[in-house]
Write a protein that binds this ligand. Structure first.
Ligand SMILES: N[C@@H](CCC(=O)N[C@@H](CS)C(=O)NCC(=O)O)C(=O)O
Length: 233
């Protein structure tokens, strides 16, 4: 196995998704912190990417969380996180793309509006520029997000797993990305400075109709995270 290194933004759901896959596969890996704003230019020069996480194998850039989790599934097939059945596998990928490429970015746009209202600078303006925030963009993201999480909350009533009858990357990815809507898991599951916690989650996450989201996410963490999440030592 090559030497693996992750450049991470510790509390970010995309970094958490990649760490979870690495931990589930029993991989050993080094961790380095990505510094938003100050470290961005250097990060882009060395990785070709402007976001975290980035996975390196023997110094070579594997990619962002999407590329990295696929690379890990090929490099370390057992225990599997993707079903072998083609239809189920495509369904896992559809959930992943919906959560990582639409739900969480939409929730981030709504959060940026909240940070701007609170004047949490320089992070609010940095993220607003980088992710194309405007009041109209936020309103469209909010409407799409509400429709998606409402269906998700209802789907979770039926089964503890999103695809088939076992844990897959769909559960892992949706559970990671839900921190943008219902907040980071509690301190028993995910260590985080109390001051950082209000940056995650939206008032939407506390609406009664979405009441299944947090308990489902926490149960998936308890059953399948395998460890308490902690910053690099
Ligand atoms: N497609 C990427 C998305 C990752 C992403 O959006 N990362 C954000 C998390 S907020 C980031 O690094 N933001 C820091 C910044 O923009 O400076 C992936 O799957 O890894």
């Amino acid at each position: 196995m090559p030497t693996l290194k992750v450049v991470e933004l510790y509390p970010s759901p995309w970094s958490e998704r990649l760490r979870w896959v690495l931990d589930w596969k029993g991989a050993r890996y080094e961790r380095t912190a990505y510094q938003p704003i100050a470290g961005e230019e250097e990060h882009r020069r060395t990785t070709g990417l402007s976001t975290a996480p980035v996975l390196f194998a023997d110094g070579a850039v594997i990619g962002d969380s999407n590329a990295a989790v696929d690379w890990l599934e090929d490099a370390i097939p057992a225990p599997p996180l993707l079903p072998s059945d083609a239809h189920r596998r495509a369904t896992v990928r559809a959930w992943e793309i919906a959560a990582a490429e639409t739900m969480a970015p939409a929730a981030r746009l709504v959060a940026i509006g909240k940070w701007k209202a609170l004047d949490l600078q320089p992070i609010a303006n940095h993220f607003a520029t980088k992710y194309g925030w405007s009041p109209d963009v936020e309103a469209r993201a909010d409407a799409l997000l509400r429709r998606f999480v409402s269906d998700l909350a209802r789907a979770l009533d039926r089964s503890p797993y999103l695809v088939g009858d076992g844990f897959t990357r769909a559960d892992l990815t949706v559970a990671s990305m839900l921190s943008t809507v219902v907040g980071i898991p509690g301190d028993d599951l995910f260590e985080l400075d109390a001051g950082m916690r209000p940056l995650f989650g939206l008032p939407l996450g506390d609406e009664p109709a979405l009441g299944t989201l947090r308990p489902w996410r926490d149960a998936i963490y308890r059953r399948h995270r395998g460890r308490r999440v902690q910053p690099a030592g």
